[in-house]
Design a protein around this ligand. Structure first.
Ligand SMILES: [Zn+2]
Length: 246
């Protein structure tokens, strides 16, 4: 392949811009915020079912309390009704009076027992509500911290993307100076090796840092200026400049 020396030198500018793009992509991929967000999301995911379980327990206890309070009410209403009958003086037979008084006493005891049940449920419900509040606060703190990390990530992403746009704009300019076949070869080598072209500096390939043999140097010296040279060691395009030591 042949290409004007000036076009070959432009490959070095292209390689430099491509390295900048690689660095930006690497920075985007390895942003510490990404790992932090993943970790926080995992913790939020772990706590979510715990919140649901605690809320379910609290809801169950609330229903249990309503039912127990209704039981207290129904016993209290029966006792009040009996008390009214007793107070009305309509019941006159001593046997009926005794039976009514005994029922009132029994209902009063029953009401007391049921009120104890309500109190016990209320205590359990209080503990369950406290657990809900604790877990919700923990979850909210995690999502809050994650939100801050996401904002930081987005800010850095925007910065990186802006820089990337600028590098790509400059890259498009450089590409204009390079013939299509040379550009295609460079692209293929970049895909294969990460870097498609390297400078020959002081008899050394800067792509693989190998010092070329005397025979190799002589072969390059003998080649015409527009010949596209490849490094024998790393196969990259070797660009000759004033610093090449030829
Ligand atoms: Zn090399």
């Amino acid at each position: 392949m042949k290409a004007a020396p000036a076009a070959q030198k432009r490959l070095l500018d292209l390689a430099e811009l491509d390295s900048a793009l690689d660095r930006l992509a690497h920075r985007r991929r390895t942003l510490p915020e990404l790992a932090q967000i993943d970790e926080l999301s995992a913790r939020v995911a772990r706590i979510a079912p715990q919140v649901i379980a605690a809320e379910t327990e609290s809801g169950d206890l609330a229903r249990e309390q309503t039912k127990a309070e209704a039981d207290v009410d129904s016993v209290r209403i029966r006792a009040e009704r009996d008390q009214k009958r007793l107070d009305s003086g309509q019941v006159s037979s001593p046997k009926d009076l005794a039976s009514l008084q005994s029922e009132i006493a029994s209902l009063t005891r029953r009401q007391g027992d049921l009120e104890d049940v309500v109190l016990e449920i209320m205590e359990r419900r209080e503990a369950a509500d406290a657990q809900v509040a604790k877990l919700v606060a923990e979850r909210d703190e995690l999502t809050g911290t994650r939100g801050v990390a996401e904002d930081r990530r987005d800010a850095v992403f925007a910065e990186i993307d802006k820089e990337k746009d600028e590098v790509q704009r400059r890259r498009a300019e450089v590409e204009k100076d390079i013939p299509a076949d040379l550009l295609a070869l460079y692209g293929k080598l970049r895909e294969q090796f990460g870097v498609g072209a390297a400078m020959l500096q002081g008899g050394r390939c800067l792509g693989c840092r190998t010092s070329l043999s005397i025979a190799e140097i002589n072969r390059i010296k003998a080649a015409s200026h527009d010949e596209v040279i490849r490094c024998e060691e790393c196969r990259r395009i070797l660009v000759r400049t004033a610093e090449s030591g030829l």
